[in-house]
Design a protein around this ligand. Structure first.
Ligand code: GDP
Ligand code: FO1
Ligand code: CA
Length: 315
């Protein structure tokens, strides 16, 4: 059994702990295809937030409160950069985390693709699942905003971290998506998948940019493996984060039905065969999609593994 999971950062990482637990019980192989459109170069360092959230979480090195970055982090470098007035000061790089970005940047500068760099970083963290970036090419979410300075596009991290999404926002643009190819290993993973799960990640800025890689989306939509999504929205609100803001920008209702409809039925040009919603959202309908309900709070590994089983039983 080969389970392929599309994942963003925190929601993707937590979900993968449940997929890994399930796989350990059943002997399944797991490949995670992770969003890279949050990636940014700051202070000359390439930062891959979603890949790192997944790698640190599965490797036991993540800060559980923040959900991003390292546990037991110190912030000397951040303080020193601020003392130089080195911009941006709104984005904090922890000392331990910086070592990851140094290794990644050095390897990328030496010509290794991000997929190979990720494999090298995972040799340390042993996440227990195969981590693949969605693409080795440049793919970045930019956000078209309109304020007193007029209309302009800013990097997703500036929108998310600096403005917390609280700035008049027109749309998201996945820069590079038109030419980005799936990373090494991605098409192979999809062609050998027995099932594809979409983690309960942010549908607009974590899942959508993965699916914006056209050859990846075509392989998923045209593949033989059933595709089951898990809702990140429970009772009309995201469990954490700003998916509600992102959905509002996209004009999609922040409900399990809204997100399911955004992803759409595979039979109607979308990507879903199955859609798992929280028990409190039972009765949700998405045209052309088999909808199931189960408790979707990822409170611990056992609860998350039970979610995974419910998702697998849907198809
Ligand atoms: P990010 O890249 O770090 O923002 O993380 P993701 O995109 O992978 O996941 C963010 C999404 O995870 C948010 O929209 C949350 O609603 C969702 N999420 C977080 N915890 C839970 C949970 O316990 N259950 C469900 N169903 N969704 C969750
Ligand atoms: N999020 C913040 O809110 N503030 C930060 O200073 C910050 C720094 C940071 C550094 C490395 C990293 O991998 C992630 C970091 N994040 C930070 C999280 C990140 O901006 C977002 O949560 C994700 O990109 C959304 O998925
Ligand atoms: Ca993300």
């Amino acid at each position: 059994m080969h389970i392929v999971v599309l994942a963003g950062g925190i929601g993707g990482a937590r979900f993968l702990t449940g997929v890994r637990a399930h796989a350990r019980m059943t002997g399944a192989d797991v490949t995670a295809i992770v969003n890279v459109a949050d990636d940014v170069v700051l202070h000359g360092l390439r930062i891959s937030p979603d890949l790192d959230s997944v790698m640190y979480t599965l490797g036991g090195g993540a800060d559980p409160e923040r959900g991003w970055g390292r546990a037991g982090e110190t912030w000397a470098i951040k303080g020193e950069l601020a003392a130089y007035g080195a911009e941006p000061t709104w984005f904090g790089l922890g000392d331990k985390d910086v070592a990851t970005h140094l290794v990644r940047t050095t390897m990328l500068n030496a010509g290794y693709p991000l997929s190979a760099v990720t494999e090298a970083l995972c040799a340390r963290w042993q996440p227990g699942v195969r981590l693949l970036p969605a693409t080795d090419d440049r793919l970045e979410t930019h956000v078209v905003v309109a304020d007193d300075a007029g209309q302009r596009a800013i990097h997703f991290q500036e929108w998310w971290v600096r403005y917390r999404g609280e700035i008049p926002t027109r749309r998201f643009v996945f820069v590079g998506a038109d030419v980005a190819k799936p990373a090494a290993g991605v098409l192979d993973a999809l062609s050998t998948a027995d099932v594809v799960l979409l983690a309960p990640s942010n549908p607009v800025v974590s899942i959508a940019p993965i699916l914006a890689v056209s050859a990846l989306r075509e392989a998923l939509a045209g593949g033989t493996a059933p595709v089951v999504g898990v809702s990140p929205v429970i009772g009309g609100a995201p469990v954490r984060g700003m998916a509600d803001r992102c959905l509002a920008v996209t004009g999609v209702e922040c409900t399990a039905a809204g997100v399911g409809g955004l992803l759409g039925a595979r039979s109607a040009g979308g990507v879903l065969d199955g859609w798992l919603v929280d028990s409190t959202d039972a009765g949700t309908e998405v045209p052309g999609v088999t909808v199931g309900a189960a408790p979707l709070w990822m409170t611990d590994e056992a609860a998350t593994a039970a979610m995974v089983r419910a998702a697998l039983e849907l198809v």
